[in-house]
Every structure is written in C-alpha cells, then in structure tokens.
Design a protein around this ligand. Structure first.
Ligand SMILES: [Zn+2]
Length: 253
C-alpha cells in the first residue's frame, strides 16, 4: 500500500457500516478522491473532527486496491460560521457540490483547490459572500475549460453593446439583440450592469473582488445566469440549488 500525504477539503460525507464514513475529498495533490474513514463516527475517534463536511486539513491516506483508506487527519480549518447561518451553509454546500460534480476524479488542479478554499473562507467570514459564490462559479467553469463569452456577442463578435443584451446558457454567453433573434437555445435578458460586472470578474482576483460594490439585484441576476449556464454543462440539477431556492422563499425568522 502506498502512503499519500495531502491537503484537502471534505466535499461530502456519507455514513457507512456501523461507525465508518465514506468521504469525498478534494485534494491539492491528487484531485478528487473517495476515502474510507474507519470508526470515524465513534464518539472518541481521532478522525471525527477532521472528517466533517467542509473540514480543511492534512490527510494521510493509504491506497489499497479500491478506495483510499484514511489513516490520520489533522484539522487546519473548519469555517465555523457556516453552521450558524443557513444561507451561508447552503452556499457552502453549493460550492462543494459544484466542485464534486465538475472536477474529474484523481486529477490534480491546485488552482481549483485554492479557488475552493478561498471561496469557502469568504462564504464563512465575508458579508458579501454571494459575490464570492458568483466569482467561484465563473472561475470554476473557466478553469475547467468552459469559460463563458462575456465581453462580446458570441455570435457576431460585436463588442460595443447597444439595445437589450441576452445571456444564452446553451451557446455559452452573451448575445446581442440582433443575433438573439436567430441563435438557437433559450436566452434570458441580461442587464448592462450584469454584463459589465461579468467582464470585470473574469479579469479580477480575490483581493480586488473584496473592494467591488455590486447591488443586490445584480448579484441575484448573476447567480441565476451562472447557475443556468452550469446546469446546461452538468446536465443535472444540484440538491443544494433546490435547497437555496426553498430557503429564499422562506420568510426571515
Ligand atoms: Zn451579435
């Protein structure tokens, strides 16, 4: 059996057998893996703390014939505010579910690992956490080869927009009013504001993101456009998205 020492974030946990857990871990070194944590549900297990969803830590794994076996785990960060705030928790689950469904198994992409880690930190401790989710959506799909077209019409290439703009998830980005009449796929109107923020986000980083001011309406619109863009690429609906939708209909307590 070979030993792997990795830094990772737990994307998903499911119970297994009497006291074990099966973990989906996104690691910096070997990408997305499944690992079994024997006895991790026992009250006194040393693995308990580091094997919760969102746990960020160092993991010592053995590779047998099938999935990885978790030997030891050392917790590095756990994003405590997520558990006291339903909306933050829902968005953090969305980040993890998106990562799990988008990244290929056992393929290392450190930039995607850092993106997820930063996004979870921001969802945990930043007031503008929805902007962090939007940034994550955009950067994740771009890193995995699905960068949407946002600064010109994807059909005619026009850069200076006039008239109503549209966002076409199937075609993969922004489309001008004229082209929208003929291009296939369902489009939804995109505000000029939204299109400007999208272009800006594609060329920014976390540091500059934190000084950006975006209205609540624009954030809602961006989240919806990017979620539909992602749905088309994933060809499935994510559980966390359904939860977020339900949550937003709930009256504030
Ligand atoms: Zn056009």
């Amino acid at each position: 059996m070979s030993l792997h020492q990795v830094e990772g974030i737990i994307l998903r946990v499911r119970e297994f057998g009497e006291s074990d857990k099966i973990l989906v871990i996104y690691t910096k070194e070997i990408g997305k893996i499944d690992a079994i944590a024997k006895g991790a549900r026992k009250f006194k297990s040393k693995l308990a703390a580091a094997t919760q969803q969102f746990s960020h830590g160092y993991f010592y794994l053995y590779r047998g014939k099938g999935m990885f076996l978790l030997g030891q785990a050392e917790l590095k960060g756990s994003f405590p505010r997520l558990h006291g705030d339903l909306e933050r928790l829902a968005y953090a689950s969305y980040l993890c579910e998106l990562t799990e469904n988008f990244v290929p198994a056992e393929e290392s992409q450190p930039e995607v690992f850092y993106l997820l880690r930063q996004a979870l930190e921001k969802v945990n401790n930043w007031e503008e956490y929805r902007l962090a989710v939007i940034f994550f959506q955009l950067k994740l799909v771009s890193a995995l080869g699905y960068k949407p077209v946002v600064d010109h019409c994807l059909n005619c290439g026009k850069e200076r927009f006039s008239g109503q703009l549209f966002f076409n998830p199937l075609q993969g980005g922004v489309i001008c009013e004229e082209c929208n009449k003929t291009v296939r796929g369902k489009s939804r109107p995109l505000s000029l504001n939204c299109s400007a923020v999208l272009s800006h986000l594609q060329n920014t980083d976390w540091e500059r993101l934190t000084v950006l001011k975006v209205s609540t309406e624009t954030k809602e619109e961006l989240l919806a456009h990017l979620a539909s863009y992602i749905n088309v690429r994933l060809e499935k609906r994510l559980k966390s998205v359904e939860f977020i939708k339900k949550l937003k209909k709930m009256p504030l307590a």
